[in-house]
Design a protein around this ligand. Structure first.
Ligand SMILES: Nc1ncnc2c1ncn2[C@@H]1O[C@H](COP(=O)(O)OP(=O)(O)OP(=O)(O)O)[C@@H](O)[C@H]1O
Ligand SMILES: [Mg+2]
Length: 448
């Protein structure tokens, strides 16, 4: 039921308005002056306000200003005095969605209210659709490598089952993306999808975050708090960084998985949990079990279906496609024209190990898209560590069994660096990790 706050200093007016709108099925909150209107606005969170412009002390315009600083999305209809167009214009400028002048016909007001609420609903739908579109775009998982294809097949197979899933993989491999995909492909996709980062919430707060608490559970618990398990009812709960869960909470999560029920902190009511659990970690839970830091029984409950996401260095075939995808993504975000990466630069990227996996690649590309000149990404703007790291990985960097002359290697690399940098000495020196001075010294030595 939509709640409307009516603020008018005339008791009769409030009564007539209130009755008419109650008959239309709205719930009504009444304020007798501006101050009370602001207070009730905060306390009762109405869906709409009908404000009389003329009130003693704080008038409708002042109330409008204040509530717009509290929540600018709640629509306000201003009731202005007969013939005062100025007030109407001012109210609209301050953010009122419509106005109506006294004396008005009740039908007129009802129609205005319904029109406004319809606009509200449309706006909400648009916001909702916008986030869905962004989510859908952001949740594309790139990967044509055999290893990722296997992951995709597994996702398709298990998404629409109630099975508990444990996603493992190094930092930045896309665990959260996979969790999102599973929820979105399940029949629960229109139900809540609640995430908890077990590592990011202070240990002392984590239990009440997860399970909520009852009023009076401890000093300061003035109201009941609904926990994330409650909020996830009917949907999916994603327990991220599950390896960071302290032992005493591991017991409680185990209970939810086994009994499908929980209690709020300080509560006695047993609540049924209809929640699908997906968890993720970059830690080695098996090892933590051996060290006594993770419960073995919980691990087995969590990993009914284990999904292991391979590190990027173990699926380098995916790098070119990911590079393309991120270049396009950032170019579009920054409203830049088409950008391409030249072959040498791509070659260096595919020889780099990416300890931070896809997140690292994504950050690198973002930086490159900003730095690029002439819409082309070349070796000269790649981060130095990457160029170095890639060189030390290349096979032709191995010492041949018959040995090699260090002088020749040095000369060859100085030449290659100059070539890559198209003769620019500062850039060539950067590629070799030496000063420009040291480069010039070597160029003279090798008569380049
Ligand atoms: N296959 C992929 N295709 C496109 N983008 C990806 C892919 N994998 C990861 N990303 C992007 O890389 C970033 C890191 O992914 P995500 O947060 O899912 O990783 P994670 O494994 O949860 O990392 P962490 O362990 O650090 O929490 C995100 O911006 C994500 O969108
Ligand atoms: Mg993550």
């Amino acid at each position: 039921m939509k709640k409307i706050l009516i603020a008018d200093d005339e008791k009769n007016m409030r009564w007539i308005l209130g009755k008419a709108l109650k008959d239309e099925g709205f719930s009504i909150v009444e304020a007798a002056d501006g101050q009370e209107a602001v207070e009730l606005f905060i306390d009762t969170e109405p869906d709409m306000l009908v404000l009389d412009y003329r009130m003693p002390d704080m008038d409708g315009m002042e109330v409008l200003k204040r509530i717009k600083t509290i929540n600018q999305n709640v629509p306000v209809i201003m009731i202005t005095a007969h013939g005062s167009t100025d007030a109407a214009v001012e109210a609209m400028k301050l953010g009122a969605i419509d106005y109506i002048s006294k004396p008005f016909d009740m039908e007129e007001l009802k129609i205005t209210i319904k029109k406004v609420l319809n606009i509200e609903e449309l706006n909400n739908t648009i916001d909702y659709l916008k986030t869905r579109v962004i989510e859908a775009y952001d949740s594309r998982i790139i990967g044509s490598s055999k290893k990722m294809q296997e992951v995709f097949q597994l996702i398709d197979k298990v998404a629409d089952t109630p099975a508990t899933i444990l996603i493992t993989g190094e930092s930045g491999t896309g665990k959260e993306l996979v969790a999102n995909a599973i929820h979105n492909k399940s029949t629960r996709k229109d139900k809540p999808y609640i995430k908890v980062n077990c590592g990011a919430i202070p240990e002392a707060l984590l239990e009440s975050e997860l399970f909520g608490y009852e009023k009076g559970a401890f000093t300061g618990a003035q109201n009941r708090k609904v926990g994330r398990f409650d909020r996830a009812q009917g949907g999916t709960l994603f327990l991220d960084e599950i390896g960071d869960l302290p032992l005493h909470l591991q017991v409680k999560i185990l209970r939810v998985l086994q009994e499908r029920e929980f209690e709020r902190v300080g509560g006695t009511e047993v609540i049924k949990a209809n929640v699908r659990i997906i968890s993720a970690t970059n830690r080695d839970l098996e090892k933590m079990v051996q060290e006594g830091a993770f419960r073995e029984d919980l691990l087995y409950r969590l990993k009914i279906i284990p999904i292991q996401i391979p590190a990027l260095r173990d699926r380098k075939e995916d790098i070119p496609q990911l590079v393309d995808y991120f270049i396009n993504k950032f170019a579009r975000e920054m409203s830049k024209e088409t950008i391409i990466m030249d072959e040498d630069a791509l070659d260096i990227l595919t020889h780099y190990d990416f300890p931070g996996n896809i997140r690292e690649l994504e950050n690198i590309i973002e930086r490159l898209v900003i730095l690029t000149i002439d819409r082309k990404i070349t070796v000269s703007i790649l981060p130095k560590e990457i160029v170095k790291g890639a060189f030390s990985k290349r096979d032709n960097f191995r010492l041949p069994s018959e040995g090699i002359s260090l002088e020749e290697v040095e000369e060859s690399f100085v030449r290659q660096a100059l070539e890559l940098a198209k003769g620019n000495q500062t850039q060539a020196a950067r590629l070799l990790g030496i000063s420009r001075h040291a480069l010039i010294y070597r160029m003279e030595k090798f008569k380049i």
